[in-house]
Write a protein of this length. Structure first.
Length: 296
């Protein structure tokens, strides 16, 4: 395990994630949409001389140089763990069903120490078990879990798309690999868009640590609360306009959490319905892809 840790540390000492604004400053030739697309793949990738055609650059810069990528030196268990985390709900113990408990714990520990992953702490209060009070059956095995985030987008891209298709890449079947990437690319990008929304809101409100919220019953993409400000929100990366039902869901979740947010916030890749657009702006904030220009 020590040898593995040294390999991991060496790899990630060579690579560094940068903020979207810094990435955009290096690539002013791109439109805003192109910046988001390239950032969601190449953040953390060494060497960024792009042609401007995303999938062509994925093929030429990544697939054709697959054997030279430092991530290929990871051992089998570690690579499998990261592949699972790239696609699942990101909860800390989510890989334990597929990897033995102590191997999973050791892997997570090294990923965190080596800055492959970072930890997003759960805000859910732990259940206090009274020895004289019978715990409901559905809660007996329930554990409050933190979530894990890849520290740069390229590493998640690698384990989301490349490692599962490694045999095809090594055989040079790039067209098939790119077809598979295209088929799931919007789903992959949705979490990248969510992270950009957090970065945007930190700048918009001048705050730190906009995060998500989850518990046994509720999931929120965006959550912030301090003594002066509270907001919750959802992020939708879909090629259609978002309707008012998303706002209704936010109202319901706020009620379940006993919150009275200052703002309900919705991010949409492709805009909003006319009904949502008419909502009063003093409490409902709507942002789309074009608003990320503020990050520049």
């Amino acid at each position: 395990m020590q040898k593995f840790a040294k390999i991991i540390q060496k790899i990630f000492n060579l690579r560094k994630s940068i903020k979207f604004s810094d990435f955009a400053a290096l690539h002013r030739e791109f439109s805003l949409g192109e910046m988001v697309d390239f950032y969601s793949v190449f953040d953390g990738f060494e060497g960024q001389n792009f042609s401007g055609r995303l999938f062509e650059d994925i093929e030429n810069l990544i697939l054709k140089n697959y054997n030279k990528l430092p991530l290929s030196s990871l051992d089998k268990t570690s690579a499998y763990a990261l592949t699972l985390l790239a696609k699942n709900n990101r909860k800390r113990y989510s890989i334990n069903a597929k990897i033995k408990h102590f191997k999973a714990l050791n892997s997570i520990h090294y990923f965190l120490n080596s800055h492959i992953l970072s930890l997003e702490k759960s805000k859910e209060e732990k259940l206090i078990k009274n020895k004289n009070q019978k715990v409901k059956k559905e809660l007996r095995a329930y554990t409050v879990q933190d979530k894990l985030i890849f520290c740069d987008h390229f590493t998640r891209f690698y384990f989301y798309f490349l490692k599962p298709n490694e045999e095809l890449i090594l055989r040079g079947e790039f067209e098939e690999v790119l077809r598979r990437i295209r088929a799931q690319f919007e789903l992959y990008q949705s979490f990248c868009f969510e992270q950009l929304a957090r970065e945007f809101l930190e700048k918009y409100f001048g705050v730190l640590r906009v995060e998500s919220y989850w518990d046994r019953k509720i999931e929120l993409d965006l959550y912030f609360r301090d003594e002066k400000l509270c907001f919750i929100g959802e992020v939708k990366f879909k090629n259609k306009k978002i309707c008012k039902n998303i706002l209704n869901q936010l109202h319901h979740k706020a009620k379940m959490l006993n919150l009275r947010p200052d703002y309900y916030i919705i991010f949409s890749k492709n805009g909003f319905s006319a009904e949502l657009e008419k909502m009063p702006k003093n409490q409902v904030l709507l942002f789309d892809l074009n608003d990320f220009a503020r990050l520049l």
